[in-house]
Design a protein around this ligand. Structure first.
Ligand SMILES: *Cc1c(COP(=O)(O)O)cnc(C)c1O
Length: 366
């Protein structure tokens, strides 16, 4: 038996009839940018997250960049981001001309450490990007109280956490605004790129709608400069179908994670993710000392794994000019050397999950 790390075709086959129909309707309708289907998705997604406003956009990277610009963050300003995440969170800060400042992450939750965060605040700090990494929620209460104390904006990066919760509320409804990714491998994935911003701030949403459509209030009336960042109706139509299944799919991820944790946490040499009812396991990352050996061993059993991520952001060549010492980010540095992601997509079968557990078990028995 071989176990893929992810197989997007399986999910497509489960919703094929519905998705094909919805996409055909868009094609037959003759309206291919914006329009009723996109508006309907924005409304349903806002409702699902529990916010007043959803502004769709081209991808999560655009969403975060648009948010920083909408908050007038630019040269001279600083934005704090976790030292361990996907590069987007740092990239967007540089894109708007502001200075990226890294904070370390929490040892077992892998989300931004509120003490490290507070220690990085200066008179120039304007915002925090709180990433719900792997689908596990940040400690939003602590982050919001630090933000309040220093009058900072909190932007949630929900790229890995669509459908996740924190103390009974959906992620994406907790900060001042949030950005989502509908990249195909995410928990809510489109058939191409896609993104959305959620917020309860109506005037912010209005500004974002302008900014993502060349600053046009109505046709040819450009009241500011913006850019082009849109969710296609074809993608919106597919996402409307998939949104109905998101909770069910996230429950399946949780069930797979529970099986892994109950079997693997007993093995010496593995640290499993801390169990949490809020976690939706975009990634199921274990920590092991000899990651490369385990990865190679599993590949011999045709079990695919991945690494998220092999380097912390300050270790990347892209940030070498900042000359940062990893002594400031010990937890991030450690995770980068130990993390190994096991397959956890909803369509994984029980037999495949058992095969992964067996494969890992054989390694630690040696
Ligand atoms: C995928 C991802 C992004 C980027 O999303 P795009 O839609 O590809 O721009 C941003 N942040 C995190 C944490 C991600 O995992």
């Amino acid at each position: 038996m071989s176990v893929p790390f992810i197989d997007l075709q399986r999910q497509y086959l489960r919703v094929q009839a519905e998705v094909d129909n919805a996409i055909k309707e868009v094609l037959a309708g003759g309206w291919y940018i914006g329009g009723a289907v996109v508006t309907e998705f924005e409304q349903k997604f806002a409702e699902y997250i529990g916010v007043d406003q959803c502004v769709s956009c081209g991808n999560c990277t655009d969403g975060l960049e648009l948010l920083l610009r909408a908050y007038d963050i630019g040269p001279g300003d600083e934005v704090i981001v976790p030292a361990f995440t996907w590069i987007t969170d740092a990239e967007v800060v540089s894109l708007v001309g502001a200075k990226v400042v890294f904070a370390d992450i929490l040892p077992d939750e892998f989300t931004i450490d509120q003490d490290s965060l507070e220690s990085k605040i200066t008179g120039n700090t304007k915002a925090i990007i709180a990433v719900h990494l792997y689908g596990n929620p940040c400690r939003m209460e602590a982050i919001m109280s630090v933000a309040k104390k220093y009058d900072l904006k909190v932007i949630e990066d929900c790229a890995q956490s669509a459908g996740g919760t924190y103390k009974g509320k959906r992620l994406g409804a907790l900060g001042h605004a949030a950005a989502f990714s509908f990249y195909p491998t995410k928990n809510l994935g489109a058939y191409g790129d896609g993104g959305a911003i959620t917020t309860n701030d109506e005037s912010l949403a209005e500004k974002l709608r302008l900014m993502s459509n060349h600053g046009q209030q109505e046709r040819d009336n450009h009241i500011i400069e913006g850019k082009n960042s849109r969710l296609d109706p074809i993608q919106a139509a597919a996402l409307l179908i998939k949104l109905k299944y998101l909770d069910q799919w996230n429950d399946r991820r949780r069930a797979i994670a529970a099986q892994y944790t109950s079997q693997l946490s007993e093995m010496d040499g593995i640290i499993c993710p801390q169990p949490s009812a809020d976690h939706i396991y975009h990634i199921y990352g274990i920590r092991v000392e000899n990651r490369e050996a385990l990865k190679t061993h599993l590949s011999h059993y045709k079990i695919q794994t991945a690494i998220h991520y092999p380097k912390a952001l300050p270790e990347l060549a892209a940030y070498s000019h900042l000359k940062l010492s990893m002594h400031q980010y010990p937890v991030s540095g450690n995770l980068a050397t130990q993390e190994l992601s096991l397959p956890v997509f909803p369509e994984l079968t029980d037999d495949e999950v058992a095969e992964v557990i067996r494969g890992v078990g054989l390694f630690f028995e040696k």
